[in-house]
Design a protein around this ligand. Structure first.
Ligand code: GDP
Ligand code: MG
Length: 597
């Protein structure tokens, strides 16, 4: 296909605004997939993605389209992940295409993820086609939403295409707009190979599959290619495109998007954003702006049943094979035994991995409080990257501590604004901006990441009844008065419950923690003190009084079956507990105690 007849684009949308449904209609209308193979949401492949309606890995599809001018075009769609955790992947895949459809639900309007993603598209110099979706619904208000797009984003929306991805109305107009308004890709077929590694994933049959966008040159089967970042060399054994099923082709040229396999064993060897070139005749310079995505949120994962440690190791190793941004190392905790300290791109990423371990591998997990990476500057001049609060050095050796900050953008209907401001203020936020877009307020806050990782999103949803949308980006590190708070149960520190807190908020957090734990830990035959402490100083304390009688005493020795049943219940309950010193701590305690109300 000549460059003039190729178009490459992605779809930018807030979650649920209809990105996947629109992609389905485009595929269907161009007969890319036989009708009988059409199932909903072609591009969302993983179960968990389908259930939650989110796309995690970039997916791609090649569409052949005969336009109304009678010419045949090849259109490539890269469906990017919409979630903030995967911002880097989004920004790279946007660099692999020339334009974006900006899909906005015309019954809703612009949301926080719309904004974040459209700015990424603008940064990538995209031509942007606004699409107003869901016009079949009575609540659709295209004029209002078009005006909002102009007000908030500042792009011309007068020619916005009005679409129902559900009924198919406006789909032809969308395809025509892609041909007319998006620029064809540029590139030189005779130059040395320069291709962008857009994404990669592990396939049980084919090994690592690499999604590429060719910038210059040609890529053929049998070519020896080099990844410019890590220098590794591989021989291409398969080359193809997605329709959306994998289809082998002879070669890929400039402007084209497709996949290669090259007997690569580990996804970790294929870094998103890397430049692929020929080993013998390499291009001069790699593509600019490469930065590997790094985990920013860490937590411990421990099996509830310690016999399942090896199964957990197996599950984690398998998941890591397919996910270069998920990191792990073994961790031992006095309270929880053997487990893993794992690193994630964000909270959603954490949740997805945890869910997959529990569901696909059937291992019940205890998850410790998510933590961020603190920079700890020691008095002797050394610096420590702290991933686990349990490893915090003694305060007497510490000069100061820095924590990561984010810029959070929240869009919220006016009536909930007060609650949102209060929530951000409570989480040590600094307000940076407050503007209005119609009846919605847009607030920008500078917040500490650690105040956001645990339950900020849940809280935001609950105080706004689900009407707020939220997005963030990391901005950098700043010094603050941060200390490690330890929790002692029966005078022994429970490492899995220790956390970094701001000194001014330590008493409040400590008090809340010990009160919660008092309710969560069952009574024992003896008194149990529960304390929160900083260094050696106790800042909050509760005492769990001793149990008077054991549960079976109620049975007056009479009913033997009932007595047995109760004992069995007790035993089953015990399995879910962690014995700590002489005290049993139920697993819910580890998560519940860390939630703030
Ligand atoms: P995504 O999160 O942006 O990929 O959104 P989806 O494509 O999964 O759509 C979210 C929900 O909106 C689904 O229940 C769709 O069936 C529905 N939906 C998408 N487009 C339309 C439309 O044009 N009209 C109506 N009525 N519903 C739509
Ligand atoms: Mg989707």
């Amino acid at each position: 296909t000549p460059l003039s007849h190729i178009r490459n684009f992605s779809i930018v949308a807030h979650i649920d605004h209809g990105k996947s449904t629109l992609a389905d209609r485009l595929i269907q209308q161009t007969n890319t997939v036989a009708e009988r193979d059409m199932k909903e949401q072609m591009l969302d492949s993983m179960d968990i993605e389908r259930e939650r309606g989110i796309t995690i890995k970039a997916q791609t599809v090649r569409i052949n389209y005969t336009a109304q001018n009678g010419e045949d075009y090849v259109i490539n769609l890269i469906d990017t992940p919409g979630h903030v955790d995967f911002a880097y992947e989004v920004s790279r895949s946007m660099r692999a295409v020339e334009g974006s459809l900006l899909v906005v639900d015309s019954t809703q309007g612009v949301e926080a993820q719309t904004l974040a993603n459209v700015y990424t598209a603008i940064d990538a110099d995209h031509e942007i086609i606004p699409v107003l979706n869901k016009i079949d619904l009575p609540a659709s208000d295209c004029d209002r939403v078009a005006e909002q797009i102009e007000d908030v984003i500042g792009i011309d929306a007068s020619g916005a295409i009005r679409v129902s991805a559900k009924t198919g109305e406006g789909i032809t107009e969308t395809l025509e707009a892609i041909i007319e308004h998006l620029p064809p890709p540029r590139g030189d077929a005779d130059a040395p190979l320069k291709a962008m590694l857009v994404d990669s994933w592990y396939d049980a049959y084919l090994g690592v599959i690499v999604l590429v966008r060719i910038m210059d040159g040609k890529l053929k089967k049998g070519d020896r290619v080099r990844m410019m970042q890590n220098g590794s060399v591989h021989q291409v054994d398969r080359i193809g495109v997605f329709r959306p099923a994998m289809t082998v082709v002879d070669e890929l040229g400039p402007g084209e998007i497709g996949f290669i396999t090259a007997s690569i064993k580990r996804v970790a060897d294929t870094k998103v954003g890397d430049t692929i070139t020929h080993d013998k005749t390499p291009c001069e310079k790699p593509l600019p702006g490469f930065q590997p995505s790094v985990p920013v949120v860490f937590c411990g994962l421990f099996p509830v049943d310690s016999n399942e440690f090896e199964d957990l190791r197996d599950a984690i190793e398998k998941l890591a094979l397919n996910d270069a941004s998920f990191s792990y190392e073994m961790e031992t905790s006095a309270a929880l035994g053997f487990g893993f300290r794992c690193g994630f791109l964000g909270l959603l990423h954490l949740e997805v991995i945890r869910d997959r371990i529990e569901r696909e591998y059937d291992i019940e997990l205890i998850t410790t409080a998510p933590s961020v990476i603190y920079h700890v500057y020691m008095k002797d001049g050394t610096k420590l990257d702290l991933h686990n609060p349990a490893d915090m050095p003694d305060l007497t050796h510490v000069d100061h501590v820095e924590e990561p900050r984010i810029k959070a953008t929240i869009l919220v209907p006016d009536e909930y604004l007060g609650d949102v401001l209060k929530l951000c203020q409570d989480r040590r936020g600094i307000q940076e901006d407050l503007t209005y877009a119609g009846s919605r307020a847009m607030v920008v806050y500078d917040l500490p990441l650690n105040e956001v990782v645990f339950d900020f999103y849940d809280r935001l949803k609950s105080v706004t009844k689900g009407y707020a949308s939220f997005d963030y980006q990391m901005t950098g590190y700043r010094q603050d008065n941060l200390v490690k708070m330890s929790i002692l149960v029966n005078d022994e520190p429970v490492d899995a419950l220790s956390m970094m807190v701001h000194r001014d908020r330590a008493e409040m957090r400590g008090r809340a923690m010990v009160e919660k734990l008092k309710d969560l830990i069952p009574r024992h035959m003896f008194k149990i003190p529960i304390q929160a402490a900083i260094g050696g100083k106790v800042i909050a304390r509760e005492t769990l009084s001793a149990m008077r009688k054991d549960v079976t005493a109620k049975c007056y020795g009479g009913d033997a079956t009932r007595k047995k049943k109760l004992l069995e219940k007790q035993k089953a309950g015990k399995k879910k507990m962690r014995q700590f010193g002489k005290v049993d701590i139920p697993q819910e305690a580890f998560i519940s105690a860390l939630k703030m109300d």
